[in-house]
Design a protein around this ligand. Structure first.
Ligand code: MG
Length: 337
């Protein structure tokens, strides 16, 4: 098995602003694992707030030796091995998991989604994310996201209501809201939730600080709108802790260290009676297809990476009627440009 990887700057179509920061590109590690003439593709998207970088990814990869791993790969053993190298680094671990999922599918001539019993007919529509911006840019972005049936909006500044009003002046599409831990007062947060419900908001991600379960639970208990934990739910062990704090969880491959653990998190949340969402960082078609393979298992989908970036090195996945289309091509179905 041969592993190669190289850094890549994934450019954002617009500078991306959320409650806590702003940026113009995302450092990515593109990873390939080859075995007997077949190649699996993986990706690590290292958004700065996750704490990983090209340097930490290189350092992690220098310690990885997969010579013990035989096809068909045992993904339970793989994650135990990767976690034994270092407890963190979920982004680069995700790249390895995704590449091996793609490779397994190619070796066994099976589309990735079939390993997870995901039904393509149950694919939910994906939302299209708007960062915090001026009304002019917001209106332009809404136009760019016309093919999506749902808009997701990042809130957490003092002009939140103005932003929603701007959106509502041109469209009545359902809205997902992401507060990104930006709300600091429970009562004000709840007042906002009730106002947002009147504006057609379907769900709200991470209203308050990730390490303040009491305040998030206080809002969840009183909210008529679904409250979803994102920053506070990273890996499998966080799912159980989220019960009672949120109505649902947002799974992202870059948090869950890949598709294998992402799948386990979705299943665990369902077992606990919680709602599930699958989201993404700024990702190429590689990460998007990895998450799309699990998306039919979820209630809500927020996979808009290819829409928000301008130099995706892969073909955009097929998209129709606001939904990603899963192909029966073995593996992820990723096409290199
Ligand atoms: Mg979020």
């Amino acid at each position: 098995m041969n592993i190669s990887y190289k850094p890549f700057e994934l450019k954002l179509r617009h500078p991306f602003t959320i409650a806590k920061f702003s940026r113009t590109f995302t450092p990515i590690m593109l990873l390939e694992i080859s075995h007997e003439g077949l190649t699996g593709y993986g990706e690590a998207s290292m958004v700065p707030y996750m704490g990983e970088s090209i340097e930490t990814a290189n350092s992690f990869m220098s310690k990885v030796d997969l010579s013990w791993l035989k096809a068909p790969f045992n993904f339970d053993e793989l994650i135990v091995y990767l976690d034994s190298i270092a407890s963190g680094n979920p982004n680069i671990k995700a790249a390895i998991d995704i590449a091996l999922q793609d490779l397994r599918g190619k070796i066994e001539q099976k589309a990735c989604y079939k390993y997870f019993n995901a039904d393509p007919a149950k694919m939910p529509p994906t939302s299209y994310t708007l960062g915090i911006d001026t009304p002019e840019v917001i209106l332009q972005k809404i136009k760019e996201g016309e093919s999506c049936h749902i808009i997701k909006v990042k809130l957490g500044r003092d002009n939140d209501q103005e932003l929603i009003n701007t959106i509502r002046s041109v469209t009545d599409k359902p809205l997902y809201v992401d507060a990104n831990q930006g709300w600091t007062d429970r009562q004000q947060g709840l007042d906002m939730v009730l106002w947002l419900q009147e504006q057609g908001v379907v769900l709200i991600e991470q209203p308050m600080a990730k390490d303040d379960p009491d305040s998030n639970a206080w809002i969840t208990e009183r909210s008529p709108v679904a409250i979803v934990g994102d920053e506070s739910v990273q890996r499998f062990s966080d799912v159980e802790k989220a019960k009672g704090v949120y109505h649902g969880i947002n799974v992202k491959l870059m948090k869950s260290a890949g598709m294998h653990e992402g799948y386990r998190m979705i299943m665990k949340a369902k077992e606990l009676g919680m709602k599930t969402m699958i989201g993404c960082m700024s990702e190429t078609s590689c990460g998007t297809l990895g998450a799309a393979a699990l998306a039919p298992l979820c209630d809500w989908v927020d996979l808009d990476g290819p829409f928000l970036t301008s130099n995706n090195p892969y073909k955009d996945p097929d998209f129709n009627d606001g939904k990603w289309q899963l192909s029966d091509t073995p593996g992820l179905g990723l096409i290199k440009l």
